[in-house]
Design a binder for this molecule. Structure first.
Ligand code: C2E
Ligand code: CA
Ligand code: CA
Ligand code: CA
Length: 278
């Protein structure tokens, strides 16, 4: 029994080692990826539900790995967060997205760009300086930049986080709560932190037309957003029926495969020029 226990122990140790090796290789891979410019940003159009116009896009990072091909963010963002590399990676996305939105503006298109922030970025004392720098380098109007945070990031609302948000808002940058409805149920932060938009989580939108609970929750979130003077955004719209239901509920903005998949900036630009009004 003792030997078997030792074997089991060794088995776990080896399995953990293998996992650590994969983890490490991705971590050093991430550092290399930054140096070798292997990251790129895809953009997903956001559509105004009253006019049908494309009003902006969400920036979503992609990793074009030399051997593994296109790696989705879900498989490297958590590692980037653990290792702290999310800070330089996130800053790179911010700078790149601002540059792109400024380029759209120069081409005559007034499109906002939404950038996902990580908890580590939000907690840093140099966040405001980083955002200011990205805006100055690109020449982008702060009103066209939007930062997406999640509810869980606002739970640990330290003085630093509150100060960062206050100063970012003062610059005119928009702030939205991502994946809304999946996090904490304490909503007091919404009024206190003066956010601009609520992005209703994809899980509610996915079965909006088939599940009464999802439909009621979505309707309630849209009403709450409006009574607080916030913009309601639906993400994960995959079909015409869902789009129509959201328009009936007076949701303001929508995003999803039905309206456009994440892709190169040129695709958003094309969609913005050719959007068919509802
Ligand atoms: P998210 O911020 O909730 O982004 C939306 C995700 O839903 C994206 O996945 C997008 O491609 C996907 N999506 C959009 N429309 C639909 C739809 O109609 N149906 C379905 N099933 N999915 C849809 P993606 O690009 O794989 O990104 C996953 C997550 O990775 C993001 O979730 C975000 O949390 C994170 N992420 C992406 N880029 C960045 C970044 O630059 N910084 C940070 N910190 N996180 C990022
Ligand atoms: Ca997001
Ligand atoms: Ca989301
Ligand atoms: Ca998310």
């Amino acid at each position: 029994a003792k030997a078997a226990g030792r074997d089991t122990h060794r088995f776990y140790a080896e399995a953990m080692n293998a996992e650590a090796v994969v983890h490490l290789s991705t971590r050093s891979g991430l550092r290399r990826a930054l140096e070798r410019n292997e990251f790129l940003v895809h953009y997903q159009p956001q559509v105004n539900l009253e006019s049908g116009a494309v009003t902006g896009a969400e920036a979503l990072i992609r990793w074009n790995h030399p051997e593994r091909g296109m790696v989705p963010p879900g498989s490297f963002i958590p590692i980037a967060e653990d290792s702290g590399l999310i800070v330089p990676i996130g800053n790179w996305v911010l700078a790149e997205a601002c540059r792109q939105a400024a380029q759209w503006r120069a081409a005559g298109l007034s499109l906002s760009v939404a950038v996902n922030l990580s908890a580590l970025q939000l907690q840093r004392s140099d966040l405001v300086r980083t955002v200011t720098q990205a805006l100055a380098d690109s020449g982008l109007d702060p009103l066209l930049l939007e930062l997406e945070l999640t509810e869980s990031m606002l739970i640990q609302n330290t003085d630093q986080v509150i100060d960062n948000l206050r100063r970012i808002k003062a610059m005119g940058v928009q702030v939205s709560i991502d994946d809304f409805g999946t996090g904490y149920s304490n909503l007091s932060y919404i009024g206190r932190l003066a956010v601009d938009k609520l992005k209703i989580d994809r899980s509610f939108i996915a079965d909006l037309t088939s599940n009464h609970d999802s439909a009621r929750i979505t309707a309630a979130v849209i009403q709450m957003a409006h009574s607080l003077n916030l913009t309601a955004v639906a993400e994960g719209v995959e079909d015409a029926g869902t789009l129509e239901a959201l328009r009936q509920l007076r949701c303001d903005v929508a995003q999803g495969y039905f309206l456009g998949r994440p892709g190169p900036a040129e695709a958003v630009e094309r969609a913005a020029r050719t959007a068919i009004p509802f």
